[in-house]
Design a protein around this ligand. Structure first.
Ligand SMILES: [Ca+2]
Ligand SMILES: [Ca+2]
Length: 204
């Protein structure tokens, strides 16, 4: 009975460890506040939208690339999440694009040091033509030495000014960043479970 209790406790710990490791670290990841709470932005054109602009929930984030946006080549939204140097992470966002002619978008992840300096960065593939909501990913990247935060960023580049009335639209929803469980931690837990199971068998 005692061994069974131990086993249940250990199983619960394992489940907790697994769920903690895969928890999304991004706040207001789906813009369900209806605004840019928890996010910063640069450049023109950012707003929330509803209906077809939401991948999930009520809201999504839209960047309008309009014909009067002269000098607005780079726009972005970003949020910093704490990271541990040496640990690996997955990041993603769903991007939908409409009427693209002169602009592209992608997901970017910058590794920041303790004074906010950029150590290095990773990018997803770029969206260069119209698409329905598609998951754009940066997978299994390791926080470099000195990294204390990651700036998760949705980036739009306007490569030239749209012709009159021919706006481009980039829509983002469900940003995610998750820590990949360390193999060491998982195998330690697995070894613990195995040990307990063996002990239980022997005590029968
Ligand atoms: Ca949403
Ligand atoms: Ca266009």
């Amino acid at each position: 009975m005692k061994a069974l209790l131990h086993l249940l406790t250990l199983t619960a710990c394992l489940a907790l460890a697994a769920s903690t490791a895969s928890a999304n670290m991004v706040d207001n990841y789906g813009f369900e506040t209806g605004d840019l709470t928890d996010w910063d932005s640069f450049g023109l054109g950012w707003r929330t939208g509803t209906g077809a602009d939401a991948y999930e929930g009520t809201y999504g984030l839209v960047c309008d690339v309009l014909d009067w946006h002269t000098g607005e080549e780079w726009r972005g939204v970003y949020q910093s999440v704490p990271v541990t140097s040496g640990l690996s992470y997955d990041a993603g966002v769903f991007i939908r694009t409409v009427n693209l002619d002169v602009s592209i978008s992608f997901l970017e992840l910058q590794w920041l040091d303790d004074v906010g300096g950029v150590i290095s960065q990773e990018t997803s593939a770029s969206v260069t033509s119209d698409q329905a909501f598609t998951l754009m990913e940066i997978q299994n990247v390791t926080a470099p030495v000195g990294a204390v935060e990651a700036s998760l960023r949705g980036i739009v580049q306007m490569q030239s000014l749209p012709s009159t009335g021919d706006s481009d639209f980039h829509i983002f929803d469900n940003f995610t960043m998750t820590a990949i469980p360390e193999p060491g931690t998982l195998s330690l837990l697995a070894a613990g479970l195995l040990g307990l199971a063996l002990r239980r068998r022997r005590s029968r």
